[in-house]
Design a protein around this ligand. Structure first.
Ligand code: CAA
Length: 240
């Protein structure tokens, strides 16, 4: 039976590429998005993939959104926790709102999204959870104490949950992208971005589809023995 995949933040950037790659591979794909209605409408028009709006930083909205998808579309077999934001700033200038927004959206969301999806996966004895982290959760990044902390937390979440779910046929993995050609990276000041690209051995930004293809592999039929792992895709910028 066709498996259903939910991609959070799945209408733009890396998430859009993930949604498209999964659809192309034959999965029944549903995207979640948080705010940009125009982009979501254009995405659905272009791809035929339905998009459901809620904030992944809102626990009740996640539970309700997932219940709605399971009722209208079908049980969620694959969950890609991709949605994320930045509120960059040096620590001495960062306020508590910028801290909380990033921790809630990029880390607490994993709990809010995965818990309701997990119940059905456990009952059916199959599931794939892929969490999108970042090189900056592995290596740290100046101006991103909030983002680096949240993304580092993603790795701990993955490794703990992978142990809990392994016997239930559910794998949980992290992909840690480096600097990818998206709106998020385009927002980095030009001079700073130039200095970052200079440190990427491959000599360029990554493309969103280069992340999507790895997600596809982790969701596919040959990846059942991969769990609790982290795949770094960063052009060699950080090797671990
Ligand atoms: N590498 C090297 N130098 C950096 C730097 C970096 N990543 N970030 C800041 N600096 C330097 C600046 O060039 C500047 O140096 P000078 O004083 O010599 O010119 C100094 O640090 C202070 O920086 P700013 O003048 O830019 O200070 P600011 O307070 O105006 O802005 C900032 C600080 C908002 C953090 C800004 O520097 C910035 O946006 N930096 C980029 C942070 C970053 O990498 N974000 C990643 C976003 S993409 C993402 O998160 C996706 C992913 O997972 C990879």
């Amino acid at each position: 039976m066709t498996k259903t995949a939910l991609v959070s933040g799945g209408t733009r950037g890396i998430g859009k590429s993930i949604s498209l790659a999964l659809k192309k591979a034959g999965f029944n794909v549903v995207a979640n998005y948080g705010g940009n209605d125009d982009a979501a409408r254009a995405f659905t028009d272009e791809t035929g993939i339905p998009a459901f709006k809620w904030s992944v930083a809102d626990a009740d909205a996640c539970a309700n959104g997932i219940a709605k998808i399971e009722e209208e579309v079908g049980p969620i077999d694959i969950l890609v926790n991709n949605a994320g934001i930045t509120r960059d700033g040096f620590m001495h200038k960062m306020d508590v709102d910028a801290w909380n927004a990033v921790i809630e959206t990029n880390l607490s969301s994993l709990f809010y999204m995965t818990k309701p999806a997990l119940e059905g996966m456990r009952a059916r004895g199959f599931g794939r959870v892929v969490n999108i982290s970042s090189i900056n959760g592995q290596a740290g990044q100046m101006g991103q104490a909030n983002y680096s902390a949240a993304k580092a937390g993603v790795h701990g979440f993955t490794k703990a949950l992978a142990q809990e779910t392994a016997r239930k046929g559910i794998t949980v993995n992290t992909i840690a992208p480096g600097y990818i050609n998206t709106d998020m990276v385009a927002a980095v000041p030009e001079k700073v971005l130039e200095s970052i690209i200079a440190k990427i051995p491959v000599g360029r930004l990554g493309e969103a589809d280069e992340i999507a293809q790895a997600v596809l592999y982790l969701c596919g039929p040959n990846s059942g023995f991969i769990t609790g792992s982290c795949l770094s895709i960063n052009g060699g910028q950080h090797m671990c």
